[in-house]
Design a protein around this ligand. Structure first.
Ligand SMILES: Cc1cc2nc3c(=O)[nH]c(=O)nc-3n(C[C@H](O)[C@H](O)[C@H](O)COP(=O)(O)OP(=O)(O)OC[C@H]3O[C@@H](n4cnc5c(N)ncnc54)[C@H](O)[C@@H]3O)c2cc1C
Length: 444
């Protein structure tokens, strides 16, 4: 069996390593247009703030690592076209520009995503950069050495983490977003208010509710960001506006959403015969709303990549969908969320949405130290199913959201969560878990 894999970062690496384990006799050929594999972009902000000393530490595999497993790993090779009928791929060697053809029995599409870059006047100026891969990481780290005024555009998780990192490095940092709140897709205002307050205290300038219109430059380099409300001096701009699936080469050849995300079934199979797909290039089943959404996350990518190996020959192990669970640390605040926020539930679903907030110290007050935790539960008032949750504290209580993710995946109700068994030990918590308390409060 010959397997061709197009794209090899997280989904691709998970797929090939697991296919080789499940089917040692298979011939696996990787085509990757970059010169590296498995780069963890989640560490870019950490290497700007020097928590991670160099970005080279952010790899967990390498082309050599795959070759050692017997996987033919063609780096700097871009797949230009796919003939799904004759099972052929057309590939360009990006080093010598040679075009070659290859054939497959099974094809794996792990093409990932690329940052959304709107057409801005002045967008071609130097020092306006993206933040996605290893090359971007090196560019940002290099350029930020001499930058004084850094503007981050887009206040999602990535923009927020970068803003903190630049500020820690002593830069004048401005975070711009068209929305009125930072991280508005993942957290409700009770949580973003706290996060915004800490950013303001630390001196990060939040410029929200305004749209970037253009950039101005001096000597070919960006010098100003102009929005519909204001203008900001800037010698480095990072665009963090969002991601789109990297699937242009599949247009009109395979079933996709209008945004280009590949439709797959629960066994990772696409609409083309013997073609499976995983990761940021695909749609995912979103359990809280019982629909499909585009949620590009490394967690989904590695899980789906692994499932490709399990289901390569026949459907064996189902994908259970996602709650889009995520976490972030901002200064000393540990924050996590899972499922729908109250705002997202109200704006993107027809559920009869209810919510409850609990505030309590995470462990007994007789302990030498304790910290406040705030937990929110979002639920459907009609059937009492849990739809989402968020937590914030100076103590790392983020695992509560992983627990809640399981609760949502299994369609549990408030009544069930209220009396679910959780351990108690004064070092860690109180006799009633915050999750029990929130659910009890909701059914009062
Ligand atoms: C700054 C940042 C921070 C993040 N932090 C987190 C986090 O904390 N937690 C989390 O879960 N997720 C995080 N993510 C998201 C996560 O990185 C992505 O979900 C993940 O990279 C998706 O993996 P993937 O393999 O599906 O796609 P990608 O990482 O996009 O990889 C796709 C690969 O395909 C290759 N390719 C594409 N087209 C072709 C072609 N035609 N021919 C050959 N090769 C091709 C590309 O070069 C690339 O290597 C973060 C992302 C960024 C950018």
């Amino acid at each position: 069996m010959k397997v061709i894999v197009v794209g090899c970062t997280h989904a691709g690496t998970a797929a090939v390593v697991n296919i080789k384990e499940e089917y040692p006799e298979s011939e696996i050929v990787v085509y990757e247009k970059n010169d590296n594999i498995s780069f963890l972009s989640c560490g870019i902000a950490l290497s700007i703030s020097k928590v991670v000393t160099e970005p080279e530490k952010l790899f967990y595999n390498s082309p050599k690592g795959l070759e050692d497993l017997g996987i033919k790993t063609n780096m700097k090779h871009e797949v230009l076209d796919i003939d799904f009928i004759n099972k052929k791929v057309k590939v360009k060697n990006l080093i010598d520009n040679e075009i070659l053809e290859d054939t497959y029995d099974k094809l794996i599409l792990t093409l990932g995503s690329w940052p959304i870059v709107p057409k801005f006047e002045g967008g071609e100026l130097e020092n306006i950069v993206l933040c996605k891969n290893y090359d971007h990481a090196k560019t940002i780290i290099n350029k930020s050495k001499d930058a004084k005024n850094v503007v981050v555009i887009g206040a999602g998780y990535i923009g927020v983490e970068l803003a903190e990192a630049f500020k820690i490095q002593g830069k004048n940092t401005i975070l711009i977003d068209a929305e009125d709140r930072i991280m508005s897709k993942y957290l409700d205002s009770e949580f973003t208010d706290i996060a915004e307050q800490i950013f303001t205290e630390k001196g990060v300038r939040l410029e929200l509710g305004q749209k970037v219109e253009k950039f101005e430059g001096k000597d070919g380099k960006v010098s100003k960001v102009i929005t519909d409300k204001n203008e900001f001096e800037s010698d480095l701009v990072v665009l963090c506006i969002g991601f789109k699936p990297n699937t242009q080469l599949l247009k009109d050849k395979i079933d996709m959403l209008p945004n280009g995300a590949i439709m797959i079934d629960e066994y990772m199979r696409t609409s083309a015969k013997d073609v499976l797909a995983a990761g940021d290039c695909c749609v995912v089943k979103y359990n809280p709303a019982n629909d499909t959404r585009y949620i590009p996350l490394a967690t989904n990518a590695v899980r789906m990549g692994t499932l490709i190996a399990k289901n390569l020959i026949e459907p064996k192990l189902k994908y259970l969908g996602t709650q889009g669970t995520s976490g972030i640390k901002i200064y000393d605040l540990s924050i996590a969320s899972t499922g729908l926020t109250e705002e997202m539930a109200n704006t993107t679903t027809k559920f009869n949405v209810g919510s409850v907030m609990v505030k309590d110290n995470y462990r007994p007050e007789f302990m030498p130290t304790f910290e406040e935790a705030i937990l929110k539960l979002v639920f459907d008032k009609d059937n009492h199913k849990i739809l989402g949750g968020q937590i914030i504290s100076k103590i790392d209580l983020t695992q509560f959201m992983n627990t809640l993710s399981v609760v949502i995946q299994n369609e549990m109700t408030l009544e069930e969560l209220a009396v679910t068994d959780f351990f108690f030990q004064p070092h860690f918590n109180k006799p009633w878990s915050l999750l029990n308390i929130a659910a009890l409060e909701a059914i009062k």
